[in-house]
Design a protein around this ligand. Structure first.
Ligand code: MRU
Length: 344
């Protein structure tokens, strides 16, 4: 199974998603600072993958503190935590994973410093493995909702590249294809960073799953044909009331899906649910550089100084979501009570 993050011999190897699909290159990180940079620069992206990278980054930070004879404790690693947590603001999985690392360190207080670092590596590996398990469970639950005979439409990249393996929304799609429940996949190119065109198309092609790449503006006309049964997307942060932040353009798809009577499915593990966030208005939306919109594949396409608005994510109100699939269960028309129930 494709893994974008491999920790071995005290280094985190990160598959460079900026170079895909035409080049497969790996970036080697041996400091927490390197990991913060690969997250910030989108060498690795996708909410669960960012969380897993952050956890391994915390391990690297702890190793450096150990080698320098410093204090391997949450306080001693505070600057490591803060640097990693600030790398990207919207995907809550990053802070979730770092908080889990801190909690493990607190539980290991009586252990030796070496033992504490070993425990942190164990925790990062557990976060990685549990994400794959959650994805496999969500895939099963999602497939069960899909009746055969129609296509699906997806946005951004939510596959193995974005997670600890298998994927969230793309995991459902992968298994729905294997189960004979979908005809083909419409893939939004996902401007400006083109996660759909570069990454989702690549993943689908590798598994010979039939797809059609469309420009984002074609989604309405594709849904109007009646050939699409579900729009299936992932999430970067789900608020306590079910409002969901995901890649810019997701909200438009939810509006279109409701208008055309097409189901709208969000697939996200509980690690993506932020119960401390009351609703979508409280979610911080990352603003990305203007160059991403002014250029295409490194070539300027707009006036060099064109003013740009480039939010990386938007928020889909819960009332437009037909189903939220998690590893702990499926919520139809998610709301505050339903989301709380997932944690009982
Ligand atoms: O900016 P990105 O590429 O990190 O955004 C990724 C998304 O919006 C995904 O849909 C989301 O993280 C879910 S990935 C399983």
């Amino acid at each position: 199974m494709l893994k974008p993050l491999i920790y071995k011999e005290n280094n985190l190897h990160v598959l460079d998603q900026r170079a895909l699909p035409h080049q497969e290159t790996w970036v080697c990180c041996n400091r927490a600072t390197d990991v913060a940079k690969v997250i910030r620069d989108m060498v690795v992206r996708g909410a669960p993958a960012i969380g897993i990278a952050g956890a391994y980054g915390y391990v690297l930070g702890a190793r450096a503190v150990l080698t320098g004879g410093g204090d391997v404790s949450p306080a001693g690693l505070d600057s490591v935590y803060r640097e990693l947590a600030a790398a990207r603001p919207t995907a809550v999985n990053l802070v979730w994973a770092l908080d889990r690392m801190v909690a493990r360190l607190e539980r290991e207080a009586a252990n030796s410093a070496e033992g504490r670092v070993a425990a942190l590596l164990d925790e990062a590996r557990a976060i990685d493995a549990e994400d794959l398990e959650a994805n496999l469970r969500m895939s099963q639950a999602g497939v069960a909702l899909i009746s055969p005979g129609k296509s699906v439409l997806t946005h951004c990249n939510t596959g193995a590249l974005a997670t600890g393996g298998q994927g969230t929304a793309l995991g459902v799609i992968r298994d729905a294809w294997a189960a004979g429940r979908i005809e083909q996949v419409f893939v939004d190119e996902t401007r400006p960073w083109l996660q759909g065109a570069r990454l989702t198309a690549w993943e689908l092609q590798q598994e010979s799953i039939p797809y059609r790449l469309i420009c984002d503006g074609a989604a309405a006309s594709v849904l109007a044909t009646g050939d699409v049964g579900w729009v299936i997307v992932g999430a970067d942060r789900v608020a306590a009331n079910g409002d969901t932040a995901n890649k810019i353009g997701t909200y438009s798809l939810a509006v279109l899906a409701r208008h055309h009577g097409v189901g709208f499915m969000v697939v996200a593990p509980r690690a993506t649910i932020d119960r401390s966030c009351p609703d979508g208005a409280a979610i911080e939306i990352e603003q990305r550089p203007a160059e991403e919109v002014r250029s295409l594949a490194g070539r300027l396409i707009a006036p060099v100084d064109a003013p740009v608005h480039n939010p990386s994510f938007d928020v889909t109100p819960a009332e437009l979501i037909d189903v939220l699939v998690t590893e702990k269960g499926v919520l139809h028309r998610p709301d505050r009570a339903g989301v709380a129930g997932l944690f009982r």
